[in-house]
Write a protein that binds this ligand. Structure first.
Ligand code: GLU
Length: 304
């Protein structure tokens, strides 16, 4: 399959969509990102890599980090995490508070903010130096020791984290947060501020298409069953209240972030990342969603 040709063509076609979405502005440092950027990277399990556009530019991965923290926590405590977080799509925006009260502080899934905060809370309980551990984990997954936290974005998000603080304190009142909320928010804002390129992220998602094994060092990061479950959650919950539509359009497990990135994969085959900062009204990259729909259509392959 000539993936280079496919992604170059998609890159050329979709630039017409610039101007139809809006860069996330609820975190001031994100609002400063140049909206007219667009990169695509594909990494295959047989070791090939394909890139086009701004595929080497680093951006804030935001909620894509929720996949990494969940992998770290399930890798350590397995099914115990499901006592604290559910596994159903929420049908609500990523930062919604509404379901939490009548569901007694148990978030619907690990990819809405409430669920991700619980997962990060458990990560803090498990790792004495959680921020170092996260970087080490992600660096190993993409075989790149240069991955870093964008401190300006972390600071900016922490200064504008009222809603996430509210979610965390609310869940703590139900006994579903173990650690100090200030510490939790600091770690959470750092995970969102991990800076990576499309090329890094595509490599970092390859372990999911490889039955949980990191292809770069051969380490079993997750069991086959855990990797399957992570993929199922991405398919059903990875795109906020637009998860059904992404599954319908692209047919891939994936995860988006409000930095404009989307990472997705085809089991046994490849991982693909698209980044373009303008978001649609659900908070997903407008061009990224379209690019992945075109990609699976053009190559005639998805998980279905
Ligand atoms: N840092 C963001 C927040 O918690 C992550 C949102 C996202 O990418 O969905 O508000």
């Amino acid at each position: 399959m000539d993936y280079q040709n496919v992604i170059d063509r998609i890159h050329g076609q979709l630039q017409d969509l610039w101007g139809q979405g809006r860069v996330a502005d609820y975190i001031p440092a994100l609002a400063k990102v140049d909206p007219r950027q667009f990169g695509i990277a594909v990494a295959t399990l047989d070791g090939q890599e394909f890139r086009t556009g701004d595929a080497q530019v680093c951006f804030s991965i935001q909620s894509i980090s929720k996949v990494f923290t969940l992998a770290m926590v399930t890798g350590r405590i397995g099914d115990d995490i499901w006592k604290a977080v559910g596994r159903e799509p929420s049908g609500n925006p990523f930062n919604s508070l509404v379901q939490l009260e009548y569901e007694h502080g148990l978030p619907r899934n690990p990819f809405i903010n409430a669920g991700a905060l619980v997962v990060t809370d458990r990560l803090i309980s498990l790792y004495p130096h959680p921020k170092d551990a996260m970087l080490e984990f992600v660096r190993a997954l993409c075989a790149n020791d240069d991955i870093y936290y964008d401190k300006e974005i972390a600071r900016s998000e922490r200064l504008n984290a009222d809603r996430n603080l509210a979610l965390a304190y609310f869940m703590k009142s139900f006994g579903n947060i173990e650690n100090d909320v200030e510490t939790l928010l600091d770690v959470y804002c750092h995970q969102c501020a991990i800076s990576m390129s499309c090329a890094d992220l595509a490599r970092a998602f390859l372990f999911l298409s490889n039955r949980g094994v990191n292809p770069f060092d051969g380490r079993q990061v997750l069991t086959v069953s855990q990797a399957k479950r992570l993929g199922a959650l991405m398919l059903t919950c990875g795109f906020y209240d637009e998860s059904g539509d992404f599954a319908f359009r692209a047919g891939l497990p994936g995860k988006s972030g409000v930095g404009g990135g989307i990472a997705a994969y085809i089991p046994g085959n490849l991982a693909i990342t698209v980044w373009s900062p303008e978001l649609n009204r659900h908070g997903n990259s407008l061009i990224g969603m379209a690019a992945l729909e075109h990609f699976t259509t053009d190559i005639g392959n998805s998980i279905f």
